[in-house]
Design a protein around this ligand. Structure first.
Ligand code: KG4
Ligand code: ZN
Length: 338
């Protein structure tokens, strides 16, 4: 018999619900919250209020698009953390009460593990899932990690950022340049028209497999500030080159450590996940590198790069197979353990 999982994601500013029939995606509905654009970043209180408004319609649409009835659901998986507490609370409370009403189990999901497991969702494009063990570079707005994935339930963080995440580096670069939030996609678009060698920003020197992006951000800020003193049109006249050069520096740092992790572990099965894995510069550079180095590379479909509930549902599916269910007294965790 097939397993139907409803996934709920509400960790930040996207309210999402998805339904899987085993690993096959039946629907993946996302309500973005435009309200934060006015403030240049996510306002937690507004995010949780918008989740409250969105959650029921989003789940209704997900069920309708999947063409199933709610009483066909086998379980409900939800993001327990990490994320904004007020936002997580909405998804968690909804999942708990809906599951109670339907008399089905609930499954708690770690958002970062879910980004990685999104590679196992059968989406629009036919795609081979990664083979275990594999290495995953998770690059999102809040996290940057190199993870060794032994199985869906056995993952180990080999390296992480000691300060800003890669997504934050993109977003802060965009903010300095006066671009809207979130800035990653804007930098990506501009970078395509610019010269990545136009300006040089120092590569972070951090030991081992860890990352650091705050120094890079500061050097970009000072560089732009100094040049603006000489030419008030500096950003406007150089925006494509600035975006391309900064993107190049971020990608160089990301891939330098990934290459090292592959060398250290001998694992040549490689994946990327998280919002920044949508970046075309990262995708192209990594594709070329993987070809040269003979790695098997897994790049996610665009719909699975930024926050979505399909990744929560697939993690729920794996946990369902293990009968790894949560109890009704579960609470969300802003800083959840991996
Ligand atoms: O995974 P995600 O949706 O949310 C978190 O879990 O944090 O990632 C959001 C991040 C933002 O920082 C956004 O600017 C970045 O992903 N991002 C991109 C691109 N698309 C989204 N960064 C660079 N290039 C892109 N095309
Ligand atoms: Zn995320």
């Amino acid at each position: 018999m097939s397993i139907y999982i409803l996934g709920i994601e509400s960790s930040c500013d996207d309210t999402s619900a998805a339904i899987l029939k085993d690993t096959l995606l039946l629907s993946n509905v996302i309500a973005n919250q435009d309200i934060h654009k006015t403030f240049g970043g996510v306002v937690p209180e507004l995010a949780s209020r918008a989740h409250q408004q969105n959650i029921i319609p989003v789940v209704e649409v997900a069920l309708r698009k999947a063409n199933i009835q709610k009483n066909q659901l086998s379980a409900i998986a939800f993001t327990r953390g990490p994320g904004l507490l007020g936002s997580l609370l909405v998804g968690t409370s909804f999942a708990k009460s809906f599951a109670l009403g339907l008399n089905i189990p609930i499954i708690e999901v770690n958002h970062l593990k879910a980004h990685i497991l999104s590679h196992f969702v059968q989406g629009k494009e036919p795609k081979r899932a990664p083979e275990f063990p594999f290495l995953c570079l998770t690059v999102s707005g809040g996290h940057t990690q190199i993870v060794k994935v032994n199985s869906p339930s056995d993952m180990y963080i080999m390296g992480t950022t000691i300060d800003d995440a890669a997504g934050e580096a993109f977003d802060k670069t965009a903010k300095i340049m006066g671009l809207p939030y979130p800035g990653g996609p804007h930098i990506d678009k501009l970078a395509k028209m610019g010269n990545p060698e136009a300006f040089h920003f120092p590569e972070p020197k951090i030991q081992g497999l860890n990352y650091s992006f705050s120094g890079l951000k500061t050097s970009f800020l000072y560089f732009v500030r100094d040049n603006l003193k000489l030419n008030s049109n500096f950003i406007e006249e150089n925006k494509a080159d600035l975006a391309a050069s900064m993107q190049h520096a971020i990608i160089k740092s990301l891939l330098g450590k990934l290459k090292r992790a592959i060398k250290e572990t001998g694992i040549r099965e490689v994946a990327i996940a998280g919002g920044v894995s949508a970046n075309s510069g990262l995708r192209d550079t990594l594709t070329a590198l993987a070809q040269k180095e003979n790695w098997t590379l897994h790049i996610p479909e665009f719909q699975f790069t930024t926050d979505n509930a399909a990744m929560i549902a697939i993690t729920g599916y794996f946990k369902y197979l293990e009968k790894d269910f949560a109890t009704q007294d579960i609470t969300p965790r802003a800083k959840s353990l991996f």
